[in-house]
Design a protein around this ligand. Sequence first.
Ligand code: SF4
Ligand code: SF4
Length: 129
Amino acid sequence: MKLDMGVLSRACLIDILNKGVTKMATINCHVTVCSHNKSGVCYANCVDIVGSSALEDYDTCCSSFLNKLHYSELTNNTLGPGRCECLKCTVETCTFNNNNLCKLDNIQVSGEKVYYYTQTGCESFELGR
Ligand code: SF4
Ligand code: SF4
């Protein structure tokens, strides 16, 4: 399911403000066919990692993926001066998840021969105990 990016962006910023979280993860990404990818870093306005009952990293995915074949390059992050600084994650089974935010300073998103967002994944996922 694709989420509305305007709603997501606002929700993400509100979450961050409400929870007092100022440090956000750098989103490194191997998915070079994504419109938001610039030199291996994500420049989307906001990224949403999903996979609510994930047991492995390949059960997760980046729902913000846009295929460059259809959307061309979209690396002008309109919410900030540079890379994406808005990360939401609904993967509650991940040990790094805290109220739909990620506790890590950096995450790695990956995917080979990606055409659909479901073919991406958060490599930094670790199953919580
Ligand atoms: S796949 Fe996701 S994390 Fe990677 S560049 Fe695209 S939107 Fe960003
Ligand atoms: S490391 Fe875990 S909490 Fe952080 S974005 Fe990836 S799946 Fe979500």
